[in-house]
Design a protein around this ligand. Structure first.
Ligand code: FAD
Ligand code: PYC
Length: 415
């Protein structure tokens, strides 16, 4: 694969850009692979990438029912932070955040990581106590966050109204090295690197069944035929329950729609990410100038990748009171993604009742930030057959054992 560089851009500019190669190949499926990853979202692709990079396992197929990155990876609002409360969470989210710092160089693909800083507003006394507690926990975990005053909030984000009509801003949990990245580019960058290692990314290939023999999976049924394999990684976010059902077990997961919207592009007016959890909204500005806005998850289980009017109204109301200058912006696009929620709002990276099937799911409303760390941990689990230190606490049996990793506050806005 040719390296992307300033020199390559200049060279192609001189020859009408005719020398670029396809970023990834689209092969027909082989009859058998060492590993099949189901789902070409960020987590599935990152898993495949680190299987190759860290363990030299490259006879891998990544099967995707739609187009790669077309699930939640291409539908999220791209907030990256690692300001979680519990130690296992801080470890995996901080691993991911630190991998994001150099991911463009690692993949030779510009994922537009922008560590512009993330603040979570405290708008009640209860939130102040919660976020001060998180800041103390983060200090012990080696994650750099601080609780900042309303004046500092205003300085960092001048368009914010700190004397809100319902809830004044009383401070914020601030992570200066949090930020955003270009979501499609994360999927595309991993895909290009996987394809370069000889892995097969097979799009428009829905897995419709899991074939087992003597309690072990031996392959999958797909819309492109039967494919055999030694191991399977299921990484399908909102469809995890459906795939688990095919493999013959159940998961403690509920699937709901989470939605977001973007405005028309405007001049740069905000260079941090703000999450206002009490009033239920969050906002950042994309490199194109659009205001990227998100709100709460639906209160009922569903598989519709759409927004709903009551949420958009509530979200926009919350953000207009927080940022009065957006009140006359036109909204351009609005969509939903199906997120996979666990009871403790923490993921599952785990062995399953079927010996050679491994699950990665439950990232719910907050898994974009985790993609590199999750792929790293899942690759280790698949390669060794046992979880490493990053994944072991996220075993599915924790729900039966009562070993919850409670992140219901850190998980995001209104979830
Ligand atoms: P996906 O990207 O959904 O990939 C799973 C893939 O599996 C899909 O492409 C799907 O087509 C495929 N698949 C499903 N069934 C099958 C099958 N039978 N056969 C083959 N393929 C199949 N997280 C953050 O960290 N920060 C945020 O700001 C943020 N904002 C969000 C905003 C919204 C509106 C949404 C919806 C989510 C948000 N998230 C955020 C969460 C984040 O998007 C997800 O946790 C993450 O993208 C999940 O990635 P994934 O690779 O597991 O899933
Ligand atoms: O996890 O930071 C997050 C998030 C923000 C919006 C949705 N999820």
């Amino acid at each position: 694969m040719k390296k992307y560089s300033a020199f390559a851009v200049a060279r192609e500019a001189l020859r009408d850009h005719l020398g670029w190669e396809r970023a990834w190949q689209s092969p027909e499926p082989s009859s058998k692979y060492d590993v099949i990853i189901i789902g070409a979202g960020g987590h599935g692709l990152a898993t495949a990438y680190y299987l190759g990079k860290n363990y030299g396992i490259t006879n891998v197929a990544i099967l995707e029912k739609g187009w790669l990155g077309g699930g939640n990876t291409g539908r999220n609002t791209t907030i990256i932070r690692s300001n979680y409360l519990q130690d296992p969470s801080a470890a995996i989210y901080e691993k991911a955040r630190s991998l994001y710092e150099n991911l463009s160089q690692d993949l030779n693909y510009n994922i537009m990581f922008s560590p512009r800083g993330v603040m979570m507003l405290a708008q009640t006394q209860h939130e102040i106590r919660g976020y001060e507690r998180t800041a103390h926990a983060n200090a012990l975990q080696g994650v750099s966050t601080e609780f900042i005053s309303p004046q500092k909030v205003k300085k960092l984000c001048p368009i914010i109204n700190i004397e809100g009509p319902r809830y004044p801003v009383l401070g914020a949990l601030w992570q200066p090295r949090g930020g955003t990245a270009r979501h499609d580019a994360v999927a595309w960058g991993y895909a290009r690197a996987c394809s370069d290692m000889g892995m097969h990314i097979i799009q428009q290939c829905e897995v419709t069944g899991v074939n087992t023999m003597n309690g072990k999976a031996v392959g999958v049924e797909t819309t492109k035929g039967t494919i055999a394999c030694e191991k399977i990684g299921i990484v399908v976010a909102g469809h995890s329950g459906v795939l688990a059902d095919m493999a013959g077990f159940r998961l403690p997961i509920e699937s709901v729609a989470l939605q977001a919207l973007v405005s028309e592009p405007v001049k740069p007016c905000m260079d941090v990410v703000v999450m206002a959890n009490t009033v239920h909204g969050y906002m950042s500005q994309s490199d194109k100038g659009e205001m990227v806005i998100g709100g709460g998850a639906d209160g009922y289980n569903n598989y519709s990748q759409r927004g709903s009017f009551h949420h958009v109204e509530e979200t926009v109301r919350a953000l207009v009171e927080t940022f009065p200058i957006i009140s006359r912006l036109k909204m351009l696009r609005w969509w939903g993604g199906i997120v996979d929620m666990t009871g403790d709002r923490s993921p599952i990276i785990s062995k399953t009742p079927v010996k050679n099937i491994f699950m990665n799911c439950g990232w719910g409303t907050g898994g974009f930030k985790a993609i590199p760390g999750s792929g790293w941990a899942m690759a280790e689990l698949i390669a060794k057959g046992e979880p490493g230190p990053l994944a072991e606490d996220f075993r599915v049996t924790r729900f039966r054992e009562g070993q919850f990793i409670d992140e219901s506050v850190a998980a995001g806005v209104a979830h």
